[in-house]
Design a protein around this ligand. Structure first.
Ligand code: BGP
Length: 469
């Protein structure tokens, strides 16, 4: 592996930080995502969080209290030899309502200390500016990304981050899994819908404003420090046709495009023809201005980051069993084993996905999420998570082959949820990804004690060897 390959781990404020009322932080999306049955409806934008019962439990308000434990957590990452740590900044810790003219100094001071702590161990910070997270006020008052004004609020936030961390942070990701806006619109982008609203049109309008915001942030970042590296972020996982029936192949291409759409704009700088035709056929009346197109064209990203958990599969007849996986609907692929949560396990699919992305964009990739959500059992104070080691080893091997055999350019690999955290889709603590166990249960009980798992030592050795073999 290249000497400077960025091995490490990834988390996000919305699922790990907690401290929801510390440092004058304002309320954000994640604070109103409940545990339990209604979570999905809220994430989809179908149920307003204000209509939830008073006794709802919101697991991310405390999460694993990374906010209070960051020094201890970063020291553990350093023990594993991390070269990089991807985390996100909580927008409402910097701008509690999103509308302030000046940033919240207490929040900013927190991240200054946090980043200083990483640099103390020579761990490269990889910052996600917006990871399923924004001030609630911008949703309730402005309608979130359906409103063009959000671009300016977002840019003000970006400007503070870029100026404050001009000399400490090099890698920035503008929006986590930008394509999640289509699939979990409230969680992904704060979108809620009215009766009779053209939901698809609203989503594409919001997507346009996010794409412009991302391009303008890229422009601003490069003005502030020309060495900054800006990335987009895709929830990736190529779609397989269920058979070689042309209709299945066609359907797979269409499904892939729904997700590529975002990266096509961010990496190539223009709306692809298939999208323009789609807008036309749907009769959308989108607010896309000439100056927006100019910005998109001139300020494309430097690298493409991605999450990969599983491949997907589609059959044009819609028959057969549904398959699980990271959010998007998919047909069951009979050739693959699945995780306890029904997510297919497909290391070769990872190599295929990396190749597809690199062929399509010819820009460096950065794997910023990959991992296995599984239940862990604490036996005599230890966790033997060989299942996780097997998953990671298989995927890292596939990534090495993509680099070595296929020539795909990859900057780094940060394993998702390197320390246990709250699951985004289910709100559970028991869906664990970490190499570090956190003593906390789904009902919120637990001491928050950190315990390295077997995978902790395995990953430490891998990083040291700079290879998994
Ligand atoms: C991605 C998100 C992460 C993370 C991961 C695993 O979509 O970017 O935030 O949560 O998926 O998903 P889950 O937590 O639902 O298992």
């Amino acid at each position: 592996m290249p000497k400077n390959f960025l091995w490490g781990g990834a988390t996000a404020a919305n699922q790990s930080e907690g401290g929801w009322q510390e440092s004058n932080r304002g309320p954000a999306i994640v604070d109103v995502l409940p545990h339990g049955q209604e979570r999905l409806r809220v994430m989809l934008g179908e149920l307003d969080y204000r209509d939830l019962p008073d006794d709802s439990y919101y697991p991310a308000r405390e999460a694993i209290d990374h906010f209070g434990h960051y020094k201890e957590d970063i020291a553990l990452f350093a023990q594993m030899g991390f070269k990089a740590y991807r985390f996100s900044i909580s927008w409402s810790r910097i701008f509690p309502t999103g509308e302030e003219k000046e940033p919240n100094q207490a929040g900013l001071a927190y991240y200054q200390d946090f980043i200083k702590e990483l640099l103390k161990y020579n761990i490269e910070p990889i910052v996600t500016i917006c990871h399923f997270d924004m001030p609630l006020n911008l949703i309730d008052k402005y309608g979130s990304w359906k409103n063009r004004q959000l671009i300016d609020f977002y840019l003000r936030y970006c400007q503070v981050l870029f100026e404050t961390f001009k000399d400490q942070v090099k890698y920035w990701i503008t929006f986590n899994e930008i394509n999640m806006l289509m699939h979990l619109p409230f969680m992904g982008a704060g979108l809620r819908f009215e009766e009779g609203e053209n939901v698809l049109e609203s989503k594409y309008q919001a997507a346009h404003y996010e794409l412009v915001a991302s391009a303008r942030a890229t422009q601003l970042a490069h003005q502030i420090n020309p060495d900054f590296q800006l990335g987009c972020m895709l929830a990736a996982g190529s779609v397989y046709p269920y058979s070689c029936k042309p209709q299945d192949v066609w359907q797979a291409l269409q499904m892939d495009r729904e997700n590529y759409f975002f990266i096509d704009v961010q990496a190539r700088g223009a709306y692809p023809n298939y999208a323009l035709k789609f807008f036309e056929k749907q009769g959308f009346n989108l607010d896309i201005r000439e100056e927006d197109l100019q910005v998109l064209k001139e300020h494309t990203v430097d690298f493409i980051s991605l999450s990969y958990y599983n491949s997907r599969c589609v059959r044009s007849d819609g028959a057969g069993e549904a398959g699980g996986g990271n959010v998007f609907a998919s047909a069951k692929n009979p050739y693959l084993e699945v995780s306890e949560w029904g997510w297919p396990i497909d290391p070769l699919g990872f190599r295929i996905t990396l190749n597809n992305l690199y062929d399509r964009y010819q820009k460096p990739l950065f794997v910023v999420e990959n991992g296995l959500g599984a239940r862990d059992e604490l036996v005599d104070g230890q966790i033997e998570d060989d299942y996780r080691i097997n998953y990671l080893a298989g995927h890292i091997q596939a990534m090495l082959e993509a680099m070595e055999e296929d020539g795909v350019d990859i900057l780094g690999y940060t394993a998702w949820g390197c320390i246990d955290l709250i699951s985004a889709t289910t709100g559970e603590m028991s869906k664990r990804y970490g190499m570090i166990y956190v003593d906390k249960a789904d009902d919120g009980s637990g001491s928050l004690k950190r315990i390295p798992k077997k995978s902790f030592y395995w990953y430490r050795d891998l990083i040291e060897k700079n290879s998994h073999i």
